[in-house]
Design a protein around this ligand. Structure first.
Ligand code: ZN
Ligand code: ZN
Ligand code: ZN
Length: 375
């Protein structure tokens, strides 16, 4: 399915590229090198139809206009990217040009470059062979704020994606769970996400009963039964921006023990959200959520970080994890998603996307976080 490009203009992309170039220079880099992937989408709007081994590389440097090195046979697609008017295309042809020799004159031969995390090693090795004095640093560690802080239009798009995921959840609650396979409920969730405007579904996790205790479980052939706890974690892209939310429901009446575990997770999620404000670090948010689960005696059963950023992808920096000292900044968007996983029994996770505002967090997911009882 073709992806709708985010509605940003060449001027928006020019501003983003200028900001990235300045930030790189301020951090002592000669420039920024960006391969196909989320950073290229964010900076230029250019979303390649498929992963490709041919070199496509955006070169940002303070002393020149942005240049996108592209294979000649893809130059037409690149010329139609939303940000194309803000950059110069430099194409190369199979068998006629060495793409690294085409790129080398755009670079400072002794420069240190911030490179998008997903750039192929093949290409860095090729550039290093052409210019042995080059050195590289990963973009997310070099410039962690590049995509982390969202502008007003991005916040609107993320809010709309969150609202669409919420609408899908409200609908799935009306469907039958008992007697159906996890896979069937997952397919219903995917259909609902598309019906509410997602052009891409990234995941529809349905973990029933003991499967819910495995945070990596996706959805399988297990038939959901009366008495099961069911973790549902789903998201994708709507108009180029991500959704990701989790609710844990129960089929029929729940036991006191199930209600207790669900309530601990709900309180932990609330504590994480309550900790959010500008200047607080990512790890502080993780600690706030984790403290609730630890004090209830389930600390060893909360086996993952509390959250992750979201934007043109459904998982990206900043990571809400112990050791991440990055302070929160107004406009950042990330998940708060603590969980408790009781091996062989059930799991509970509750996840909302939040954005950092001047006085705290605003949730982009607003469905009831209480334990819904389904049929
Ligand atoms: Zn039960
Ligand atoms: Zn999720
Ligand atoms: Zn998530």
């Amino acid at each position: 399915m073709p992806l709708t490009p985010p509605p940003f203009t060449a001027d928006d992309h020019r501003a983003r590229m200028d900001r990235a170039t300045r930030a790189a220079a301020d951090a002592g880099f000669a420039g920024v090198l960006v391969a196909p992937g989320p950073d290229l989408v964010h900076l230029t709007g250019y979303r390649l139809p498929a992963d490709t081994e041919r070199l496509t590389l955006l070169v940002l440097a303070p002393d020149r206009d942005p240049v996108l090195v592209v294979p000649a046979l893809e130059a037409g697609d690149a010329a139609h990217a939303p940000g194309a008017a803000a950059l110069t295309l430099r194409d190369w042809t199979d068998g006629r040009h060495d793409p690294y020799a085409v790129t080398a004159p755009l670079l400072d031969p002794k420069g240190r470059y911030a490179v998008s995390d997903n750039t192929w090693a093949l290409h860095l090795l090729g550039l290093g062979a052409a210019l042995p004095g080059l050195s590289f640093a990963a973009l997310t560690s070099a410039l962690p704020m590049l995509r982390a802080v969202k502008d007003a239009r991005e916040l609107e798009l993320l809010s709309a994606a969150g609202a669409a995921a919420d609408a899908a959840y409200e609908q799935v609650l009306t469907l039958r769970f008992a007697g159906r396979r996890e896979r069937e409920v997952a397919d219903d969730l995917a259909d609902l996400l598309r019906r509410f405007g997602h052009e891409r579904v990234d995941f529809t996790i349905v973990g029933s009963g003991p499967n819910g205790a495995d945070p990596h479980h996706e959805a399988g052939e297990r038939v959901i039964a009366e008495g099961d706890m069911v973790v549902m974690d789903f998201g994708g892209l709507k108009d180029g921006y991500g959704s990701d939310t989790t609710r844990t429901v129960h089929v029929g009446e729940a036991t006191a023990a199930e209600r207790h575990v669900h309530e601990v997770v709900r309180e932990a999620q609330q504590a994480g959200v309550d900790a959010v404000r500008p200047g607080v670090t990512c790890e502080d948010v993780d600690r706030a959520a984790r403290a609730i689960i630890e004090s209830a005696g389930y600390g060893d059963l909360f086996v993952h970080r509390t959250g992750h950023g979201i934007g043109v992808t459904t998982h990206e920096p900043p990571y809400i994890v112990e050791g991440e000292k990055q302070p929160l900044v107004e406009g950042m968007c990330f998940s708060v998603e603590p969980g408790i996983y009781l091996p062989g029994r059930f799991g509970v996770r509750i996840e909302d996307i939040v954005t950092v505002t001047a006085d705290g967090a605003r949730r982009l997911n607003t469905t009831d976080r209480g334990m819904a009882l389904v049929e």
